[in-house]
Design a binder for this molecule. Structure first.
Ligand code: NAP
Ligand code: MG
Length: 401
């Protein structure tokens, strides 16, 4: 068989620990035998980030702006313990945060469904895709403790420092706390466009929930911006695609989600998305089965797994022990990126290959061969699940493929 040719390179962002090990195997066992793989390689592994003063992360994000499609391995976000472990020059920022900032993108997380693994909510037969606004609210807030007898105000000044507005937040009779949060119209607009584009592309209805009845200015602004952009830019396209956009209170959305069969894009403000994405991921089964894509408002894509570098497994592997680490979400990062590249460059064989690799992966699990994390979740009549090690699972998929 002649290998499938690519025209434009993928931006390849390598990463850390166990996922770095899987990364190499996925390429060697599942992709390179069939695709004449073209990538522009950036090593986002922690040692290289430290060596380049994190320039490599910025460069990889800018390359994504240039080429349009990236595939990213999970990476360590250093904390104090990692600074020691890797003898770092400083506590480098989260690569995902840096990439998100440069692409100004929104993260969409979607579960990968297989027969035999039933979600905790059995009616969820289709994926619930969750979009989280990744700017502002409590994640860039200022907070203070206030003592009895003190007053707290919300004060706005103009660029010269003259007071424009002053509102009493609370006159404290006893000790308490306050918090100041903000958001930006521009960021909410970019978020809205990313979400509308994703819904259109995947032909799924889109639900936004916030608390505009209580937060009559702040949350209401989200509702208004989405409504305006929808009416002006997307209403006709949604109608043509047979999908719809709906805004309702976040409480109502939560109730509707639980009763739904899935198959919707659930758009969340930052905090709601943080909390609800963990709930949705857990309800569908395993972190190893959750895919993730960052989409910029002007249509640049960065595909990755939703999970981290699986450190516990890596420490075992480093000691020469075998691990049974789930590579499905990382495979999906590759298939997502290859299919998107094929679509943009007009290479149908590449799109087809990506679909076949996904099908081979699903078929492998559905026929009973899987990694350890899925074994306790798997129930299919007549099939006793077999636990494979990390490499064995990839080889089993290669047989199917
Ligand atoms: P994690 O790597 O997602 O792993 C947490 C636990 O979940 C694992 O110990 C494992 O449980 C299970 N798990 C996750 N993915 C799995 C898979 N593919 N197959 C099997 N089991 C899986 O999260 P973490 O331990 O909190 O973080 C580790 C490192 O990853 C940190 O340095 C963090 O900064 C980084 N991180 C990176 C990203 C990213 O790049 N997007 C995201 C999150 C975290 P058991 O140990 O019980 O088997
Ligand atoms: Mg969370």
């Amino acid at each position: 068989m002649a290998k499938i040719k690519m025209t434009t390179p993928l931006v390849e962002m390598d990463g850390d620990e166990m996922t770095r090990v899987l990364w190499k195997w996925i390429k060697e066992i599942l992709i390179e035998p069939y695709v004449d793989l073209k990538t522009e390689y950036y090593d986002l592994g922690l040692p290289e980030r430290d060596k380049t003063d994190d320039k490599v992360t910025e460069d990889s994000a800018r390359a994504t702006l240039n080429y349009g499609v990236a595939v990213k391995c999970a990476t360590i976000t250093p904390n104090a313990q990692r600074v020691k472990e890797y003898n770092l020059k400083q506590m480098w920022k989260s690569p995902n945060g840096t990439i998100r900032r440069i692409l100004d993108g929104t993260v969409f997380r979607a579960p990968i469904l297989v027969k035999g693994i039933t979600p905790y909510v059995p009616s969820w037969t289709k994926p619930i895709v969750l979009a989280r606004h990744a700017y502002g609210d409590i994640y860039n807030s200022v907070e203070s403790r206030v003592q009895a007898g003190q007053n707290a105000y919300l004060v706005i000044t103009d660029k010269d420092g003259n007071e424009v507005e002053r509102k009493l937040i609370h006159s404290f009779k006893g000790d308490g706390i306050i918090q100041g949060v903000h958001n930006l119209d521009k960021s909410i607009e970019a978020f809205a466009r990313s979400c509308f584009n994703y819904a259109l592309e995947n032909k799924i209805p889109m639900w936004l929930g916030a608390k505009d009845t209580i937060s009559k200015t702040y949350d209401h602004r989200f509702k208004d911006i989405f409504a305006e952009i929808y009416e002006n830019e997307y209403a006709e396209k949604f109608e043509a695609a047979g999908i719809y956009y709906m805004y309702t209170l976040i409480d109502d959305i939560v109730a509707r989600i639980v009763r739904s069969e899935g198959g919707v894009l659930w758009v969340c403000k930052n905090y709601d998305g943080d909390v609800m994405s963990d709930m949705v991921a857990t309800a569908y089964g395993s972190l190893g089965m959750m895919s993730s894509v960052l989409v910029s408002p002007d249509g640049k894509y960065e595909f990755e797994a939703a999970h981290g570098t699986v450190t516990r497994h890596y420490y075992k592997w480093r000691e020469g022990e075998s691990t049974s680490t789930n590579s499905v979400a990382t495979i999906w990062a590759w298939t997502g990126a290859l299919a998107k590249r094929g679509e943009l460059d007009g290479i149908p064989e590449l799109v087809d290959f990506a679909k076949k690799l996904e099908k081979a992966t699903i078929d492998t699990i559905e026929s009973g061969y899987m990694t350890g994390d899925l074994i306790p979740l798997f129930k299919r009549e007549g099939i006793t699940p077999v636990k494979l090690d990390s490499e064995g699972f990839l080889k089993k998929i290669a047989e199917k493929l």
